[in-house]
Design a protein around this ligand. Structure first.
Ligand code: PLP
Length: 433
């Protein structure tokens, strides 16, 4: 498979080129030159075959001859070694739990797959590959765990100081080995800007072998198709139109959903469910894309004021507002609504939703109110409630049970290095280490 840039000026590249570069040299994002629609027979097989086999079949055409089949099989089977659970709260409302991986958030899918793919692609390199990643919470831990101990690769994680929960922070700042965490005095957008600047710094890139693990990396998006297939395998009724509500920040998750739809999965429409950082819902309403500095909310992994996958969404919809509107409906929720939704879901269904999942539920409910025709809602549950124990306790009055693997990290010591939000300090750090 060849990959092109959304800006259409960079030359085509291989999957290896796209994964190791992250961002295309023209500043665009890499896209597969084609997303082949699968036959109805193959889609039917997707419902019956073992899940690893299905993931392998979904991923294979995106690599082509570049990755030997046995390598792809190994990548998929090692990366996706945890379940995707569908919980039906009612006949019309399903929750797809994507948080049963090692760091309890959906980003494990992307990070674990990408880490193994990168390790394969750099197997003959003599220089150490530095993976740069800015995180607003969950990317950091997923990427850190995905790469922990992978030879030939080191990971540098930038995160906004005091803007993420202790549970999130401890999961990636306590690991040591090939993982370094930089605690930036600034916002997530500052972290994202530092990473972008590093990639466009010609001198730095001559001296260091850098790549990105943010959701701009196509290697993270491809495996996010897998769980849309998992939902398709488990949904009780396939005949009712399916609306997929995606709690969104950088819109990688939703982009991957559209990829899954392009290969043939039956999704009527996606809901871009955001918190008060509602740049995309606002774009869908007004036609104007107006990024702004992110503000802090209770669903902090979605505190993104300039969603970095937006060019891919546009590209998938032929850069036309009316096509984007046909594919995606938008809704932004306030923190007060998020807390109220968590309480409602707990009281009505005895289900504990984390604040991000609650934003997704609110997106589905708003969609349903605006569209009375029959439909079923699938809400992607992006994080385990225990990762946001304080918010959950505030909403429902009881604390979610802490899974043992999370409790163990809370006891460990934070090893992060403080950093200003100025570029020079960051660059010096990269060159010195
Ligand atoms: C990253 C994240 C999101 C947002 O996903 P995007 O792909 O950036 O839109 C939502 N919820 C949680 C818990 C996350 O960690």
């Amino acid at each position: 498979m060849r990959y092109r840039s959304t800006s259409r000026e960079a030359p085509l590249t291989s999957l290896r080129g796209a994964v190791l570069r992250g961002l295309a040299p023209d500043g665009g994002l890499y896209m597969p030159v084609e997303i082949a629609r699968r036959s109805p027979e193959e889609l039917e097989e997707f419902r019956r075959l073992p899940f690893t086999e299905v993931c392998f079949r979904v991923a294979r055409p995106f690599a082509g001859a570049e990755v030997p089949e046995e390598v792809m099989w190994q990548v998929v089977s090692e990366a996706i070694n945890f379940p995707v659970k569908l919980v039906s709260l009612s006949p019309g409302l399903h929750i797809l739990e994507l948080f049963h991986g090692p760091t309890l958030a959906f980003k494990d899918f992307g990070a674990r797959f990408m880490a193994r793919l990168m390790a394969y692609f750099v197997r003959d390199e003599t220089r150490t590959l530095t993976v740069l990643v800015a995180t607003s919470g969950d990317t950091g831990s997923a990427v850190a765990h995905g790469f922990l101990g992978v030879p030939g690769i080191r990971v540098v994680i930038l995160y906004p100081s005091k803007r993420i929960s202790e549970a999130q922070e401890k999961q990636f700042t306590t690991l040591g080995e090939n993982i370094t965490a930089l605690e930036v005095q600034g916002t997530f957008d500052d972290c994202q800007r530092l990473v972008k600047q590093a990639f466009s710094d010609v001198e730095l890139n001559r001296r260091a072998f850098l790549t990105s693990a943010n959701s701009i990396n196509i290697g993270r998006l491809l495996p996010q198709m897998f769980y849309h297939v998992a939902a398709y395998r488990q949904l009780p009724v396939a005949s009712v139109p399916l609306i997929v509500s995606v709690p969104s920040g950088n819109f990688g998750n939703l982009t991957a959903g559209i990829f899954a739809k392009r290969i043939g999965l039956p999704v009527t429409r996606f809901v871009a469910a955001t918190n008060a950082n509602d740049v995309v819902p606002e774009y869908l309403r007004s036609g104007k894309f107006a990024p702004h500095p992110a503000f802090a909310t209770l669903s902090n992994a979605m505190d993104v004021g300039n969603p970095n996958n937006f060019p891919r969404l546009l590209d998938l919809c032929r850069n036309r507002l009316e096509y984007v509107q046909k594919e995606i409906w938008g809704h932004g929720a306030t923190d007060a609504e998020t807390l109220a939704a968590m309480k409602m879901v707990y009281e009505r269904y005895q289900y504990i939703a984390d604040p991000h999942t609650a934003v997704g539920i609110l997106g589905w409910e708003a969609y349903r109110k605006a569209h009375p025709e029959p439909a079923q809602g699938l809400v992607l549950a992006t994080a385990h409630p225990a990762k946001f124990a304080e918010v959950v306790t505030r909403a429902i009055g009881i604390a979610p049970r802490l899974p043992a693997r999370l409790a163990a990290y809370l006891k460990r010591e934070k090893l992060s290095l403080p950093m200003s939000s100025g570029y020079d300090e960051f660059k010096q750090f990269l060159l010195a280490h």
